[in-house]
Design a protein around this ligand. Structure first.
Ligand code: GTP
Length: 359
């Protein structure tokens, strides 16, 4: 990775994370334990590894928890600055709102819910070589119809911002990471919500600004949905997604200190088991994230699922593609399948089947 100097970083972490409810009722999305560490740790490690030191966090929802955890950032070799929006200003408004904290001529802006392997040095080099007002990381994806697409011309300049369409003319999508000139940020409207995707970028293009694309094919994932969240966590555990903030060696599982796992339990496919969590005899936990103090009883199966802090899964229960809020309880023998979400502290009673070979 090319080292970057002379830029600030801005990370947008003020969203409500509605698609990840109920997990985001108690913690903002960037603070959710992902491969054993808050999601944001992985992104900050990438920023630090690239050689950027000054990072401004644009916060709004549950702003205080970021400072409580990361403090001044010195433990990660960073200098962290916090800006709080009283009312959420949306992505563009949040960028404008941190302008007076920026020190360099250019700032790299990150959505706080993206896992990516893009080379930040190469992104900034592209920006400087092109002399662009804004350079967008554009990711090539297999199915662009699920996203808005961003075509570029032969010189790599952005030519349009297109809505989602089955007939997308390019496989390049906005990857949620940009280099902005500070003076471009300073021209954005203040004090009101602005969407960078829907208002700022199309407006800049219409005004003849130079928007450059940095097209990339390395690892990229938006972890905004439960399915993507468990996949991202498992990819980090297995070393498929890059991070130097993993609190253990890369492998098929990550069992944190203070967790208790029965000898014959099968923890696999990049699962992580948080401190104080327990997994009983004969249970199988695959591609899942167990938050601190959650419990999986004997013989239960937890597949591609997230268990919130202190959530409990009863004997022989089966969960596939499920989210349990903090302290939720799924009784013995229950079966919950794709998309089911159990709200915090809700209890689903035991079903009258028994798990054991003599049942
Ligand atoms: P959903 O509600 O599930 O869509 O999630 P979200 O609220 O995080 O929104 P989205 O995924 O579109 O946001 C992209 C990035 O921008 C995330 O890192 C958010 O934290 C951040 N973000 C969204 N809205 C705001 C805002 O009003 N202020 C700030 N500071 N950040 C925001």
């Amino acid at each position: 990775m090319t080292s970057v100097s002379g830029v600030d970083a801005v990370v947008l972490v003020g969203g409500k994370g509605t698609r990840l409810r109920p997990l985001t009722l108690s913690a903002p999305k960037p603070m959710l334990p992902t491969a054993g560490a808050p999601f944001l740790s992985h992104l900050l490690s990438r920023i630090s590894d690239a050689g950027i030191t000054h990072v401004v966090l644009g916060t709004s929802y549950r702003a205080e928890v970021f400072r409580d955890y990361f403090g001044d950032g010195s433990a990660m070799g960073l200098e962290l600055d916090y800006v709080v929006e009283e009312e959420p200003l949306d992505t563009g408004g949040a960028i404008r709102n941190v302008a007076d904290r920026l020190r360099a001529d250019d700032a790299v802006i990150f959505n706080g819910d993206i896992l990516s392997g893009a080379d930040l040095g190469a992104l900034v080099d592209t920006h400087r070589t092109a002399g662009a007002d804004v350079t967008l990381h554009l990711q090539r994806v297999a199915d662009p119809s699920r996203f808005g697409s961003v075509p570029t011309d032969g010189d790599g300049r952005v030519t349009a911002f297109l809505e989602k369409s089955a007939e997308a003319p390019t496989d390049q999508i906005n990857a949620g990471c940009y280099v902005f000139r500070r003076r471009t940020i300073e021209k954005m409207p203040t004090g009101r919500p602005v969407s960078v995707e829907r208002e700022t970028f199309p407006g800049l293009l219409a005004d003849g600004a130079h928007l450059q694309g940095y097209v990339d094919t390395s690892y990229w994932l938006d972890v905004g949905t439960p399915e993507a969240f468990v996949r991202g966590s498992a990819d980090l555990v297995r070393g498929i997604a890059p991070s130097s903030a993993l609190p253990g060696p890369i492998g098929d599982r990550l069992v944190l200190e203070g967790a208790e796992v029965a000898g014959d339990a099968d923890i696999c496919e990049g699962s992580s088991v948080g401190p104080g969590a327990t997994v009983g005899a004969g249970a199988r936990v695959a591609g899942s994230v167990l938050f601190p103090d959650s419990q999986v009883a004997d013989g239960a199966v937890v597949d591609r699922s997230v268990l919130g802090a202190g959530a409990r899964v009863g004997e022989g229960a089966v969960l596939r593609g499920v989210v349990l809020g903090d302290g939720a309880v799924v009784g013995s023998g229950c079966e919950l399948l794709d998309g089911a979400r159990v709200w915090p502290r809700v209890t689903l009673p035991d079903r009258s089947i028994r798990f054991s070979s003599d049942a």
